[in-house]
Design a protein around this ligand. Sequence first.
Ligand SMILES: Cc1ncc(C[n+]2csc(CCOP(=O)(O)OP(=O)(O)O)c2C)c(N)n1
Length: 633
Amino acid sequence: MVLRDVVKDNPGEEVFLLGNEAIARGFIEGRLRFGAAYPGTPSSEITDTLARACAELRGRYDFFFEYSVNEKVAFEAAAGASMAGKRAVAIMKHVGVNVAADALFSFAYIGAKGGFVLVSADDPSAHSSQNEQDNRWYGKSAYVPVIEPSTIQEAHELSRESFEISEMLGLPVIFRTVTRLSHASGIIKLGEIPDEPFTKVSFEKDPSEFVLIPAHARTGKIKLLEKMEKAREFANKSDYNRIMEGDSDVGILTGGLGYVYALEALKYLDLDAWVMKVTTMNPLPDEKISDFISQIDRLVVVEELDPYLELHVKAIAKDVNPDLEIHGKFTGDFPMEYEYTVDVVEKGIASSLGMAPKVDFEEIRNRANEAKKILPPRPPILCPGCPHTASFYAIKQATGDSALYPSDIGCYTLGVNPPLSTVDITLCMGGGVGTANGLSYVVKDDIVVTVGDSTFFHACIPSLIDAVYNNNKFVLVVLDNRTTAMTGHQPHPGTGERACGEIGKFIPIEDVARSIGVDFVEVVNPYNLRKMTEVMERALAHDRVAVVVARRACAILWNRERKQKGIKIKPFTVTEDCTRCLRCVTSFTCPALVLVGDQVTIDETLCAGCGVCFQVCPYGAIVSKDVAEKEVS
Ligand SMILES: Cc1ncc(C[n+]2csc(CCOP(=O)(O)OP(=O)(O)O)c2C)c(N)n1
């Protein structure tokens, strides 16, 4: 990430940025004063950029940014700043909006004072998520405007404009991006970094607006409907929703990334169709859509994931153009699942119109697959020296592999793979302890739950309280690698650092567990397999919920620290004492342990020097290379 360009104060200059960096820059140009987030791919570069920019711009343009413990907390923090009249954003991945949804639905009734933007980073194809939900529906059910850019330039512009839109309507606005937009790069033209100083304000109280007792909620609903009517008028006037005339009876209704794919596909198909690009996904520009569909006889709807536009245009067409032939997902021309590509869209448009696709994407795919064959396979695996691997190994040693292992979401979910096989269930963040509560009533197996440290703070504390309160019995192992590793090493309360580099208060996980009444709490270094196995055995014998904090820094951070201090990594090696029992690769696993024929070797360039495999080997055949060399000389 080149922060230099994101914080550059040179209006008009063109810079090459990642989609997420362009969005972050847009928020700064739009005079953001407060941002709050819980990390999650594909949103993480927006938040990491804002965290770094916030520190970098201090004194030039002041705004505040925090990593909150979860998305609901982030949303509420941003809502508070907006209620006081300051421009605020809450940033999260699509599933994070589920966590924040309680606050979102009610905040719509209160409305935004300072511009309020909720960034929902959706993940069609679930590249790094547990589902591929389409968050355009949230706007519909919460009565909140949704805007969705199609290009990086538009993402930059719209993130800047979104505060204005929110303030003009007095409503929170959902800004939807998707993985391919967030993670693509493009050229944007820089706007101005504001130079207004930050001032604290006195809160202007108005219980009739801010206190959602039922009587206020009922009047709030009427006000909300009026605001949404204004939003509908805005959608119909806005140039962000536009019609491009064509010279045929065919129209393409599209939005988001579907728009750019459709334009390219039309070129391949040599089709001069009418095109309508929708940017305000809620409320939809119904009058513009009516005008558009009055011009054509056949309509093809191009949108990723759910048939959202398609369903709405069907309803609109009923009155405006009942004979309109509508093609999309309902007609089977386009798939309901996964992200689109130009390939899918060209095929879909061609199928809708009874044409043959013009580009042989099959051939292109085959060539790509040929190229793939010469690349080494890179399955997702835990890193060399990952403390989670050691924890999983010790857990299995203690349980004899006979326990049930509910887990959660993080790097450690990779424990699902053999030979570790210590992840039997993952549902959603916090779902590990949550499901263990129910399981503890109905299964006779020992239950060992694993969760990460960031996940513990995110959503495990209420369910752990539930476990203590209801005398549920299981062992919770908090895999405390001192960071939120999976999403790019963001800090959390268990690290004590804050988003923009300030020092916060360190909240030890073991103190939280003890304070809520867990009476078996132990902290152990998982690199010490014997000790961790012994602690696990005692935890399993405990007759109520037990918490084991397996604390050891993420190997990436450890490597980084050693590099910074000039400390050389001391790799391990396999000696002649190896009997080829293969225990180190069949019951343990590490990318540095490489099987060549039936001989295990250690790849020194990968070895982190953690020494865990040394403890796994029953024959003492794995030793530190230093020791091996000394013995030889
Ligand atoms: C509701 C929700 N928010 C965010 C995410 C993205 N996410 C997945 S795992 C994770 C946290 C991982 O950190 P931690 O629990 O510390 O485990 P680690 O990756 O460090 O092993 C996050 C933020 C998600 N999947 N769901």
